[in-house]
Design a binder for this molecule. Structure first.
Ligand SMILES: Nc1ncnc2c1ncn2[C@@H]1O[C@H](COP(=O)(O)OP(=O)(O)OP(=O)(O)O)[C@@H](O)[C@H]1O
Ligand SMILES: [Mg+2]
Length: 491
């Protein structure tokens, strides 16, 4: 055997208890000092495969070979002790504990004491990551928590590091830092598995690529620098549908959203002289995360009261999110992990999402089943039925469920935050077409997105937010990534 191979997954099959065949005979090897990208659209089986290597779930069939010997992990603790670590899309830290306490728990589970803290210093040097050990996890941005998780993995002797869509919650600068750290970890001899559906990342960081589609390997041993991006995309999703030509809307009437001389304070102070969204218009808000986007959205949906100034939604001022929904607003939050209750059924989640509109009369099992069928059909949600837990849906299907329930009611103002974050090419295209269609039908859309391509693709006008202020509003025709980038950096 090639002794640079550290881990091998052989012919893995995974059938979940509810009958979903997530993996169907998948094999893959990880090598020392190499980044192996696992590429595939939502629901392809990427996370499932890596959770198997990490000992979190057991394969229905197939083998894991570590250093040439078959292993059977009873839990993630076994995997961690064998030098495997996994960093998920959502941090696995106890929110109310500090970073230091979280690390301690992790080290303990790995059976490590002082030596792990010594290795932490080495890990800090290798990665260039600094994290505030004394802060509570819940007070820190996702990017910082991710760095803390990578650090603790290295400190606990990880030789194999699995990163599951690691750039989803990062700012562009943080992505740069992560890639630099990955390059240095490679030099230290780590084997990395890198899950993504972002092609440019694969080209930048991966040494080899395995492409999964619907639980099967459709390509392996692919050198990302030799295969054109288009080919990778085609492998990932099958044939790509052509994007529909975009119709331009003509805004008319009085604004569906108007902010005037507003000041508000939450994490940061927000000062807005004037911002409006017309019916039939998509107003994009671009900016590096944490520059007042949360405050702006909270104001609009009635969660945050302004210190002064006027916030007018559809002619009124919502006093609560429920009020906002009743007035004809709809909201797609940035974090679907929090918007959906993962261990509740799809139908129960529908009930929660639509409660504000429909009141308790909607909440019979039969009406929920009917509603589920309509939403699932109209918005292409693939699920086993209304009563399976939301957690059994892939990320893309969860997002379609969320977007579908909001659009189902025909809102006149949609507030959408990072609506395609973490979605694959095909689902992204679909969700964007829904937003575009809503605006074409006369609704106004406030699109808050840290994805510049998304903002450029969907918006009629683009407002750039920086340190709590709108630093510029640019018509789409005049917007270039360079110009927006400059405004985003406060230039
Ligand atoms: N705990 C579970 N129970 C039942 N089915 C599941 C479970 N987790 C995942 N699945 C199903 O298995 C399939 C593969 O899901 P998985 O999460 O591995 O995909 P993925 O490639 O990571 O997708 P994404 O890009 O959306 O994260 C999907 O059909 C999903 O609905
Ligand atoms: Mg996944």
């Amino acid at each position: 055997m090639d002794n640079s191979v550290v881990a091998e997954l052989r012919d893995i099959v995974k059938i979940y208890p509810d009958g979903v065949k997530a993996l169907d005979g998948v094999s893959l090897t990880l090598e020392k000092g190499k980044v192996h990208a696992v590429l595939g659209e939502n629901g392809a089986g990427k996370t499932t495969l890596m959770r198997i290597l990490y000992g979190e779930i057991r394969p229905t069939r197939g083998e894991i070979i570590l250093d040439g010997r078959p292993v059977r992990f009873k839990s993630t603790v076994d995997a961690i002790r064998s030098g495997i670590a996994m960093v998920y899309q959502h941090p696995r830290m106890v929110p109310t504990l500090t970073v230091r306490e979280n690390m301690e728990l992790y080290f303990e589970s790995a059976g490590l004491g002082e030596e792990a803290w010594r290795r932490l210093e080495w890990a800090t040097k290798v990665t260039g990551f600094e994290v505030p050990l004394g802060e509570r996890a819940e007070d820190l941005p996702l990017g910082v928590l991710q760095r803390a998780e990578i650090l603790r993995s290295l400190a606990a002797n990880a030789r194999i590091l699995i990163l599951d869509e690691p750039t989803t919650n990062l700012t562009p600068a943080e992505v740069g830092g992560l890639f630099e750290a990955i390059r240095r970890m490679k030099r230290e001899g780590l084997a990395l598995a890198y899950i993504t559906h972002r092609l440019p990342e694969v080209r930048e960081i991966a040494d080899t690529v395995t492409v999964l589609r619907r639980g099967k390997v459709v390509a392996s041993g692919v050198d990302p620098r030799r295969v054109p991006g288009e080919e990778l995309a085609r492998l990932m999703v099958g044939e790509l549908p052509k994007p529909a030509p975009r119709k331009r809307h003509k805004p008319h009437g009085s604004p569906v959203l108007l902010l005037e001389d507003v000041e508000a304070q939450a994490r940061i102070r927000l000062t807005i002289r004037r911002l409006e969204v017309m019916p039939g218009e998509v107003l994009g808000v671009a900016g590096v995360e944490g520059n007042g986007q949360d405050e702006l959205v909270s104001l609009v949906i009635g969660l945050l009261k302004p210190l002064r100034g006027r916030v007018e939604v559809l002619g009124g001022t919502p006093s609560s999110p429920r009020d906002f929904l009743r007035m004809g607003g709809a909201f797609i939050p940035g974090d679907r992990g929090r918007a959906l209750i993962q261990h509740f059924s799809v139908a129960e989640n529908l009930a929660f999402l639509l409660y504000a509109h429909q009141g308790p009369l909607m909440l019979t099992p039969r009406s929920l089943e009917g509603l589920y069928r309509r939403v699932a059909e109209e918005y292409r949600v693939v699920a086993e039925g209304p009563w399976v837990p939301v957690s059994s849906l892939s990320g893309g299907n969860q997002q379609k469920l969320l977007v579908g329930t909001q659009l189902h009611l025909g809102p006149r103002l949609l507030v959408a935050v990072n609506p395609t974050r973490g979605l694959d090419v095909a689902t992204t295209r679909y969700v964007r077409s829904l937003i575009d269609g809503l605006a074409a039908g006369g609704a106004g859309v406030l699109l808050v997105s840290s994805d510049l391509d998304e903002v450029l693709e969907l918006s009629d006008r683009i407002a750039v937010i920086y340190k709590g202020r709108i630093t510029g509003i640019v018509a789409r025709e005049e917007a270039t990534p360079e110009r927006l980038g400059a405004l985003m950096g406060g230039a």
